[in-house]
Structure formats: C-alpha cells, structure tokens
Write a new protein. Structure first.
Length: 196
C-alpha cells in the first residue's frame, strides 16, 4: 500500500514545483533587443524607406517643374531653351531611376513591386522625353512653319506623357500609407504634384 501514497506524493510535489516555478519573479529590467534595427528589408523603418522612395522621385520633379520662358520671337533661343529643359528632365529622370535602385528592400510586402513599377514608369517617361528632345534638336528654327509644327508635335506628345503615381501606389499599403504621412520627402512630393 505504500506505492500509491508515494505516487500521490510525487505528483503533488511535481505540481507544487511547477506552480512555484511559474510564480517566481525574475530579477532585472526588461530591455530592447540590443541588435540594431535593419536599414532595409523586413523590420526596417518604413518611414525611412518611403522617404528614400519619395526623395528619389523628387529628383526629377525639380528640373521638370523649372520650365523656362518660351515667349519671344528668338526661335533659335527658344529651341535652345527647350532642348536644355528637356535635357535637364532626362538627367533628373536618370538620377531618379538610379536612386530608386538604391532604396533597398521594402520593409513590407508589395513595396518592392511599387519601386519596380515606379522605375519602369520613369524609364518610359525618360524615353518619351528623349524622343521629344530629339524632335526639337532636329528641327530648324529658320524654317518657321516646320519649326512651329515640330514644337506643336512636341507639345502634344509631352501632354500625353504621365509620370508614375508613386504616392498613390505607396498608399495602397496601410503601413506604407502611414509612413508616407510622416516622411518629409513624401510631403514635398505631394506639394510638388498638387496643381496650382
């Protein structure tokens, strides 16, 4: 008869030890993980990442928004100013694409796809502007009717060009949308893209 009482005693002792272990306090203060937060990819700060994305897109908006004055009768001067303006836009677009290539992996799913779409859209935009610049550069300002026709065609083709909606794409992700609202470069991009 001694065996059941030993079994009961062992079960009770085991139960007391397990309850006692759960109730014991651990000394010390909880601390954050000492490893630094990743700068790209999962776990990275989404605000810093979207700030880089918006900053990259801002690079081309400056030259595009800085349209020169095309008024006047100096057709060779107009041609040169337009060619220079389009060259500046091309350079800004290339710089934007280069910077987008350096933003790193997205901190949330879908972010890398947004950057890929933006890069492809900027590449198309750069191609369209390059074609318009080639048309302007090939035109002869001394042949007034032909020059005016070339300018008209250039204006028509540029009016059909659309830039990628990076802010809209970023806002499709709830986490990135919150980050857009906090990122300084995204605020600047929003202000630059607001019609005046």
């Amino acid at each position: 008869m001694q065996r059941p009482s030993r079994l009961v005693a062992a079960v009770l002792l085991g139960g007391l030890l397990s309850v006692g272990g759960c109730a014991s306090a651990v000394a010390g203060v909880p601390r954050a993980d000492p490893a630094p937060q990743p700068t790209a990819g999962r776990g990275a700060d989404p605000v810093a990442w979207v700030d880089k994305v918006c900053g990259a897109v801002l690079t081309f908006t400056g030259p595009v928004l800085a349209q020169p004055n095309f008024d006047g009768a100096d057709l060779p001067g107009i041609k040169q100013r337009l060619s220079d303006y389009l060259a500046g836009a091309e350079t800004g677009l290339q710089q934007s694409r280069d910077q987008l290539g350096q933003v790193g992996s997205a901190p949330v799913g879908g972010g890398d796809d947004i950057v890929a779409r933006a890069t492809a859209g900027l590449e198309k935009l750069q191609s369209d502007i390059s074609a318009a610049k080639a048309k302007v550069d090939a035109s002869d300002p001394n042949n007034v009717p032909a020059f005016q026709a070339a300018l008209g065609e250039t204006q028509t083709s540029l009016a059909q060009v659309t830039a990628p909606d990076v802010l809209g794409d970023l806002r499709t992700s709830p986490r990135l949308a919150k980050a857009v609202d906090q990122a300084p470069a995204c605020g600047q991009l929003q202000a630059a893209s607001t019609p005046r």
